[in-house]
Design a protein around this ligand. Sequence first.
Ligand code: TEU
Length: 539
Amino acid sequence: MSTRDLPADWFKSAVVYQIYPRSFADSNGDGYGDVPGIISKLDYLKTLGVDVIWLSPIYKSPQDDNGYDISDYQDIDPMFGTLAQTEQLFAEVHARGMKIVMDLVVNHSSDEHEWFVESASSKDNPKHDWYIWSDTADDLYAYFGGGAWEWVEARQQYYFHQFTRKQPDLNWENDDVRAAVYKMMNWWLERGVDGFRMDVINLISKDWSKRDQGTWQMCQNGPRVHEWLQEMNREVLRGKNLITVGEMPGASVELARDYTNPERHELNMVFTFEHMDLDGTVGRSKFDYSKMHLPDLKANLNKWQKGLEDLGWNSLYWNNHDQPRILSRWGNDGMHRVASAKALGTVLHLMRGTPYIYQGEELGMTNAYFTELEQYQDVESVNWAADMVAEGRPLDRILDSLQVKGRDNARTPMLWNDSENAGFTSGKPWLKVNDNYTEINAEAALADKGSVFWHYRDLIELRHHHDIVVNGTFDLLWPEHEHIFAYQRKLDGKTLTVVANFSDHTVSLPSNLSPGEVVIGTATLSGDLSPWQSFAILS
Ligand code: TEU
């Protein structure tokens, strides 16, 4: 079924599954996941019950930032397969009644994209203005280390990049750039794609009057971003009932309302970052982490739930390829692994918004706990560690930060079974497989009705079958409680009460709960909750 035949707000009752292709399933033994590998696992995803699959980038890329540096938007990197195999993947996804979302990375391209090669070749070539060039470099910084300006001999000029030096920012002010992006998007839609996840899409419009305030202030939510999203909507998206999500670091509730207000014709939903930053340290690198305080998390999620209640839409996520594993982060990845995975899943999936599951989350996968710097591959971690070594920070402190916050924690290979390399590859995996694969893997989870997998399947079913999960109002219970995360959803005279003990201890319920149908978990109406106990009651 094409998305055109679905109700306009179908994305509200959908659950998205994110695949990080290089770590999902390897069909040819080269140690990297690939498109045929994904095809071989579609029945697994169908069993889980997800509606939409989002693929992190598989386009041609030098892989400086694992594919978020694209050198050809209309071809597939050979490490992942071919365009024909990708079209087959789309068909296989559709044949199973699911949808497919591609990652759209157009704030920047690779420096090896022909657009950039041409732009860098001389000041008077036809694409001379497709990137951001300057005769001088100031002290603007790049997010993954170093400065934001890079010298090009042939032009005798610097180009601007927010991320690595191999990710030059495209010049969205140029009409031809925007037209080329829209054309490329339409080309993918013609091939059957059902929507886009737009990488850092709120960083495309730069406000040079703010350059004194730094790269971040200058680039986030800039003056023309709404205009361009509306233009993209007209040129590409409108009338097709697609699913569109903008990854938006720095978007406030107020901005998110604008980005997702249906009458403004921009995007369906945003990915916000505020809740993910609660264990950081203000003004410092994310690697200088702090402890997350549960009332702060609840207050933040409540603000977003309330702020978008009457208008707009949000995504719900704990994990993606940029974040450490939630169990190791805010759950308990030891003796309460399964219970805490279920508790985290329950509170997330029964809120208002579109839930995203990141590969392996449904198995309760944990952080990698690498013990050597050399085991890390991610450019952000590698660059940060090098800077810290240069500053003289002790190695054990650097490793500790990477174990807690490094992106490679999410990127270790998917755990399929208890055979060598967890069934991910017959070769040498590009990133070390987590040692706990004999216990945590998809085969074991499928065979165990008490597993995290089946709990996630039940949560997805609840969203599909209960309108209250999709459209109910949201009210936090006991906001100041240090250990209990609880809330109520209400719709048409019904109440869904969701309760979870976010601690390793037994905790007393602050007041009695009304009886009703227990739709997930094992309910306690009064008295004590066991560690990480979670449930929902419909009354
Ligand atoms: O991430 C955007 C982003 O804001 C990251 O800088 C994120 O905050 C960081 O990874 C957290 O440490 C997107 C992609 O999801 C990420 O994988 C890319 O590296 C980045 O854009 C550049 O394309």
